[in-house]
Design a protein around this ligand. Structure first.
Ligand SMILES: Nc1nc2c(c(=O)[nH]1)N[C@H]1C(S)=C(S)[C@@H](COP(=O)(O)OP(=O)(O)OC[C@H]3O[C@@H](n4cnc5c(N)ncnc54)[C@H](O)[C@@H]3O)O[C@H]1N2
Ligand code: MOO
Ligand SMILES: [Mg+2]
Length: 653
């Protein structure tokens, strides 16, 4: 048995209940359509948040009604809202300005209806057939259905004040009553602001401006930084695949280097106090493991190789260049007497035990990046460690999205676009030293996208589990730009931000799965589809996050000041133009003065991937508003002006 209560919110009706026409009209309507539903005493309350809250709480929590009609709700059911607006639009285009809400509190379904009896009836008529099912879901009668149904109020994200629908001129009651609302607009502070449209919103009802606040580049960096803390430490063998990892422990040497007194040169081990003269030559010593080394006594010398053990008794080595043979065996294979030209000092040309690296002393501190230059890996290898603790590097999934996107080599039908994003990003991620999972191309279809994304993120424990997911396309305002709602509503990803004040890359979207579990957290970079936007935002925002996850000591790409070779236009957004940097040395000094010249790589449209060809830097051109001369914005940056350049590569400097 369904129990219904109607709350009328009106100051006038509260003062004079006989003025309430909407309440009785709704009651009649429900009674005519749902004859088996019963009515509990509802309420007529003034337009006051606290009083409304008490009335609703009483009905939901004490009376346990199944359906209340009020101006408040706890969790939203946007599908009901869509149905109501659709119905009202048939009557008036102004309905697009209305803001009804629908949802649940506990097991009670709550919907708000317009104040006029006619509007209230029209709206209720539109949703009435769905209400019995909504009530079943609210009672949790089918958890599987609950999980997949678009009506599921638990699964459907709350919407913020900017998009919330409420007929009230003053919707502050909703704010105070709804726990699930969080109106924080701070991009870096944690409040969950689910802003994506419900996936089933008909095209005509979608927001015509992005609900995502346009955040600054700095705020985007701060937010990403907050969720890209170093991954856990793992013990890995000391070998070349350590490159790109960062030490998670202070490393001390297990052994002395060298482990024996070693000669630095090829020559003769001598007793320094013997001075110059002619000497009997003892058995030679080569650099070998498990070598037997002779002992020499005054008057004797022994031939030693660079790196070979110095015989006991000797305390210096004389280079072969400073000696000559006096007497040898007949076939020349054995030196018998050798003349040493000059005197040595004790210790000459000998590396003492542990003098390169002493056992027990620090080799590399925690936080050291193991580079491919060789020093860190070499030190670890020499130190005697065979395994070390390093931070895990993120595994990165790369997915292209778009019905128009086709593989290289595939026939290019009309409207098709070659997938340049995926190969480029895969190469960029690998080039930066991270493991890639190639996830292919996904269609702009919610179920297909959801399955692909969930599997990549391991939501359903797929083998393709990645730490970071890079997708391209589908994040702007288009009909089939589905990434934000699918990530949010079908994958449990919280969208941290959905627009950044940067060119290219405005719709850059970053989300997090498992926000409160630093160990199991997954980051999603939904990069814009335009090829330049995708690559530039990867280098500016994605790559630093990957490096941070790997505990990299300097996550951001380095910058240098660069002089523009030619004047460039400014935009309303800060712009990162692709450029070729050349290093110029002052002719006078050769080295003392070094400066970089930046040549912009032709037309900078974000679809023109060729603007990245040959580019080794991104030159930051400040937005028009930041460039004022005598109160007037300046539309260009002049030739010869110095700008900041983010260095992508130093090849060819
Ligand atoms: N009404 C508005 N429209 C657009 C806005 C806006 O603010 N309001 N922003 C524009 C900006 S800026 C960008 S950037 C793009 C971003 O678009 P999406 O991320 O939604 O990407 P798509 O629509 O899927 O594709 C855009 C473009 O890129 C091509 N593409 C997509 N994937 C690939 C790929 N793998 N390889 C090569 N090219 C690809 C796609 O065919 C489109 O031409 O939105 C603007 N619109
Ligand atoms: O920001 Mo879009 O990335 O300009 O083309
Ligand atoms: Mg688009």
């Amino acid at each position: 048995m369904v129990r219904v209560a109607i709350i009328t919110v009106s100051d006038t009706c509260h003062a004079e209940p006989s003025h309430d026409r909407s309440g009785p009209a709704l009651r009649d309507l429900i009674a005519s359509k749902q004859s088996d539903w019963t009515f509990l005493a509802g309420d007529i309350v003034p337009d006051d948040a606290d009083i409304i809250r008490r009335a609703v709480v009483r009905l939901c929590d004490e009376e346990k009604v199944d359906l209340a009609i009020s101006k408040v709700l706890e969790k939203e059911a946007p599908g009901l809202v869509v149905a109501m607006i659709t119905e009202s639009l048939k009557v008036t285009p102004l309905a697009s300005l209305s803001r009804p809400v629908a949802g649940v509190r506990g097991s009670t379904v709550i919907v708000t209806l317009p104040g006029s009896p006619k509007g209230a009836k029209e709206n209720l008529t539109a949703i009435l057939p769905a209400l019995p099912h909504a009530m079943q879901l609210a009672r949790g009668e089918s958890s599987r259905q609950l999980h997949t149904s678009p009506m599921n109020p638990v699964n459907v994200a709350p919407i913020s004040s900017t998009t919330s629908h409420d007929y009230s001129h003053n919707h502050s009651h909703d704010h105070s009553l709804s726990h699930s609302h969080d109106h924080s607009h701070s991009s870096s502070s944690g409040g969950h602001r689910a802003l994506a449209r419900p996936l089933d919103t008909p095209v005509a009802f979608r927001a015509r401006t992005s609900p995502y606040p346009m955040i600054s580049i700095a705020d985007a960096h701060r937010t990403i930084e907050q969720y890209s803390t170093a991954l856990d430490a793992v013990e890995l063998p000391v070998n070349p695949s350590l490159v790109g990892h960062v030490l998670a422990e202070d490393v001390f040497s297990v052994e002395d280097v060298p482990a024996y007194r070693a000669s630095i040169v090829d020559g003769y081990a001598v007793i320094a106090s013997d001075g110059a003269g002619e000497f009997q030559v003892s058995r030679p010593v080569t650099a070998e493991k498990d070598v037997q080394v002779p002992r020499i006594t005054p008057g004797q010398i022994a031939r030693v190789a660079s790196g070979a053990a110095v015989p006991e008794g000797a305390d210096a080595v004389v280079m072969v260049e400073y000696t000559e043979v006096v007497r040898a065996s007949q076939d020349g294979s054995l030196e018998e007497v050798v003349r040493v030209a000059g005197a040595s000092r004790s210790g000459d040309n000998i590396r003492e035990v542990g003098s390169d690296m002493a056992k027990g002393t620090p080799v590399l501190p925690k936080g050291t990046l193991i580079t491919n230059i060789g020093g860190e890996l070499g030190s670890l290898a020499a130190s005697g460690r065979s395994k070390v603790l390093v931070h895990r590097k993120p595994r990165v999934g790369v997915l292209s999205t778009g019905n128009e996107v086709v593989e290289i080599g595939e026939t290019l039908g009309f409207g098709a676009v070659r997938d340049s994003n995926r190969p480029t990003l895969i190469a960029a991620v690998r080039g930066a030293g991270f493991e890639v999972v190639d996830l292919g191309i996904a269609k702009d279809e919610p179920n297909h996208l959801a399955t692909t994304l969930r599997s990549a993120l391991g939501v359903d424990s797929s083998p393709h589990e990645v730490d970071v997911l890079l997708t391209t396309g589908g994040v702007s305002m288009g009909d089939l730009d589905l990434l934000k709602p699918v990530l949010e509503q079908r994958c449990g990803v919280e969208i941290l931000f959905g627009r950044v004040d940067v060119k290219p890359g405005k719709p850059l979207t970053v989300g997090v799965l498992g926000k409160d579990e630093p160990k199991g957290r997954k980051l999603v970079f939904a990069l814009p589809g335009n090829p330049v936007s995708a690559i530039v935002t990867f280098h500016l925002f994605g790559l630093p996050a990957l490096r941070r996850l790997a505990a990299h000591p300097s996550p951001h790409l380095p910058t240098v000041p660069a002089r523009l070779l030619h004047s460039v236009p400014t935009d309303s957004r800060p712009e990162y133009m692709r450029a070729r940097l050349r290093m110029i040395r002052s002719p006078a000094t050769g080295l003392a003065t070094v400066e970089w010249i930046a040549e912009i790589t032709g037309m900078q449209r974000s679809s023109r991937v060729a603007s990245l060809a040959g580019a080794n830097a991104l030159v930051r051109v400040s937005p028009r508003k930041e460039r004022e001369v005598e109160g007037k914005e300046v539309g260009r940056v002049g030739e010869g002006e110095v700008v900041e350049a983010v260095v992508l590569d130093t090849e060819g400097w």
